[in-house]
Design a protein around this ligand. Structure first.
Ligand code: ZN
Length: 274
């Protein structure tokens, strides 16, 4: 069976992903616009680990049919056969299911909300919260493939998460929160009776933050090249995001308690590299 890598660029918007023009990631296949099942990190990773990849939101299709059909893609991802959503019963969770198939199962995560004490850590042989929230290259140094068994890795990359900083960027040069706080203040002011609007200064700050996310994707695209050199033949890779991010659209910043299409819109690309 194939090794299977599920790589999540945390908070990465679909349009940030495209704006980075990722050369390496494109080698996996066509970059799709999809939608996450959840608007923030923990429930979204739970969905991913149930095998529910961000969906393509098809019209005139029963949701129950879509789940089943989309899950059949795991036959290609894992290079096996006869895998259906029911195969994961009763836990309906990928890691224990993959273990039953003979996989070594590993997770390396960046965001503390996914730490190894959470319920997400079920059925993993190893599960680690990385010491830094934004060091995908450090994560890659821990990726090893067993010779006698296929491996599954969940890799949660934090470079694309606020403040969109790379590991070598000193924390004191990360973007200041003041502009963002300003937006929140103004959001409050938009409540009934409010008068003020976000200032152009805030708009500039938000554009800068968005550009930082694009730059983070470009960095990760470069790091993916190192990963491609590292993985054995018969490795299938899915790269996606757990949710999107708002950079000022309709007065929102961030993700989570936000009802907006951009918070669910995610990039999705997958395939085998050789
Ligand atoms: Zn997230």
């Amino acid at each position: 069976m194939n090794n299977y890598l599920l790589i999540v660029f945390d908070s990465c918007r679909y349009d940030s992903f495209l704006a980075a023009r990722p050369k390496t990631l494109r080698k996996l296949g066509r970059i799709e616009r999809r939608w996450s099942y959840a608007s923030w990190t923990a429930p979204s990773h739970y969905n991913l680990l149930m095998g529910l990849m961000p969906h393509s939101s098809p019209k005139r299709t029963y949701a129950s049919e879509y789940y089943k059909t989309d899950f059949l893609k795991f036959n290609e991802r894992l290079g096996g056969g006869g895998i259906a959503f029911e195969s994961m019963a009763p836990a309906l969770y990928l890691p224990p299911f993959l273990k039953r198939l003979g996989y070594k199962t590993h997770a390396r995560v960046s965001l503390p909300v996914l730490n190894p004490h959470t319920i997400l850590n079920h059925g993993f042989d190893s599960y680690k919260l990385m010491p830094k929230h934004n060091d995908f290259r450090a994560m890659l140094r821990e990726v090893q493939f067993a010779e006698d068994a296929p491996s599954f890795y969940l890799l949660n990359a934090g470079e694309t998460h606020y403040p969109y900083a790379l590991a070598d960027e000193p924390a004191d040069s990360w973007p200041k929160l003041s502009g963002v706080h300003g937006v929140f203040k103004h959001l409050d002011a938009h409540a009934p009776g409010g008068k003020t609007r976000p200032t152009p200064m805030n708009a500039r700050k938000l554009a800068e933050l968005r550009q930082r996310q694009v730059d983070a994707v470009r960095f990760l695209d470069g790091a993916m090249e190192e990963l491609f050199d590292l993985v054995p033949a018969n490795t299938y890779i899915t790269v996606t995001s757990d949710h999107g991010e708002l950079f000022g659209e309709d007065g929102y910043f961030g993700h989570g308690p936000i009802q907006h299409p951009k918070v669910l819109e995610t990039p999705f690309v997958e395939g085998k590299i050789r």
